[in-house]
Design a protein around this ligand. Structure first.
Ligand SMILES: Cc1cc2nc3c(=O)[nH]c(=O)nc-3n(C[C@H](O)[C@H](O)[C@H](O)COP(=O)(O)OP(=O)(O)OC[C@H]3O[C@@H](n4cnc5c(N)ncnc54)[C@H](O)[C@@H]3O)c2cc1C
Ligand SMILES: O=C(O)C(=O)Cc1ccccc1
Length: 346
């Protein structure tokens, strides 16, 4: 268990005290917050004091609901940035796998489409095969399966990964505070840089009405004989180490966190049409998550009078796992640059 204090015990500190390491507050403990905190410690060579402040921690974040399939989805319109963030995340996953960690694997499968799509990010995947007409006919399971792509991607189970990152953050001297921040004024001048990884929370905390919930409902099942993912316009079967994740609704501006049993039945039925052997699946659990959707991911520095610099890293839609490490590295570089600039002005 990590030491969690519920109040700020920081003494007021200014940069003028050059002997003290700069204090960085990371708001949010989903995959974006914890990966950003770890990247900051690594890029600033641990010459910083990182404190994660969050209302909810794993396994009670949106991130914990995700299957962790590595594929841009509802990631906004910055397609080139998203592709580069995805590339960096894939490199990170390969390192994570090489350490022998559970909850990360290569995984192949089918994406069946009503309208033909061969997005640029497929170049980051392996074994990509755009299906020809006879191959589509052989795979087709439901109306709307007019085109298809076979490829190999990866999955990264968020809950295991968040635990991995959090342990490293604490080993590096990081701190954790459980608290809902109603207004960043509460942070006063306790920190030298604020990193905002609050996801959908930024709608209220930073008055950003461009970030909107996209409600996703999933069913976790056990069906070991299913070994490939299967995605189409309306449903998906994704794979983790010890379960399958059946999805996948995407209801914009829906905030309801209660599981809808009719929706669950529809998800199960639709995926059984795609993969008939799912009829033998054992239902394990039902979950809801609100994807933090925004026209683009907000990853930038904000300078507000009378506040420490704020580095925003939020609005990752349905791709927070897919692009987390690319975003974390860019966030950490912005923090490091800010620290260096402020020191040079002392
Ligand atoms: C059903 C579903 C399936 C998904 N599948 C995938 C997938 O396969 N691949 C993929 O890449 N992505 C997937 N996603 C998307 C992914 O889950 C999100 O993009 C990602 O979780 C966003 O991470 P986050 O850390 O920004 O947000 P969150 O996980 O929501 O974390 C936000 C953190 O900020 C804290 N916070 C918020 N406001 C405040 C406040 N005022 N004070 C203090 N703390 C605050 C919260 O407590 C929490 O700790 C899926 C999402 C859903 C819903
Ligand atoms: O449900 C989500 O948000 C996902 O990211 C899962 C997913 C992944 C790839 C294609 C469709 C849905």
């Amino acid at each position: 268990m990590f030491l969690i204090s519920r109040c700020f015990t920081h003494q007021l500190m200014t940069f003028s005290n050059a002997k003290m390491p700069p204090k960085i507050a990371v708001l949010g403990a989903g995959i974006i917050g914890v990966s950003s905190a770890l990247a900051i410690q690594q890029i600033c060579q641990k010459n910083v004091e990182v404190t994660i402040i969050a209302e909810r921690f794993s396994p009670d974040t949106t991130s914990d609901v995700a299957a962790g399939l590595i594929e841009p989805f509802l990631a906004g319109s910055d397609v080139e940035r998203v592709k580069e963030w995805t590339r960096l995340t894939i490199e990170r996953i390969k390192e994570y796998m090489s350490e022998g960690n559970l909850g990360a694997e290569e995984k192949s499968g089918y994406w069946m489409q009503s309208v033909k799509e061969v997005p640029d990010w497929l170049k980051l995947m392996k074994n990509v095969k755009v299906l020809n007409e006879s191959e589509v006919a052989a795979i087709r399971k439901r109306p709307g399966h007019n085109f298809g792509v076979f490829y190999t991607t990866w999955y990264l189970e968020p809950t295991r990964y968040i635990d991995y990152c959090t342990k490293k953050i604490m080993e590096n001297g990081g701190k954790i505070i459980q608290r809902k921040i109603e207004n960043i004024d509460e942070l006063g001048n306790d920190f030298d840089v604020i990193v905002n990884c609050t996801g959908l929370g930024s709608r209220v905390l930073f008055n950003d009405e461009t970030i909107r919930p996209c409600r996703g409902q999933i069913v976790r099942v056990s069906c070991p004989q299913v070994r490939h993912f299967f995605i189409d316009d309306d449903f998906y079967t994704l794979i983790n180490d010890s379960c399958l994740i059946l999805g996948g609704t995407k209801d914009l501006d829906q905030w309801e966190l209660e599981v809808n049993s009719k929706t669950a039945q529809k998800i199960i039925e639709g995926n059984c049409q795609n993969i008939p052997s799912l009829r033998h699946a054992k239902i394990l659990s039902h979950h809801i998550g609100l994807r933090p959707c925004r026209p683009t991911v907000r990853l930038e520095k904000e300078i507000k009078n009378n506040y420490p610099p704020i580095i925003h890293n939020y609005g990752h839609g349905g791709s927070g796992v897919t692009i987390h490490w690319g975003c974390a590295l860019e966030t950490a570089e912005l923090v490091n640059k800010t620290i260096i600039e402020r020191k040079s002005h002392l």
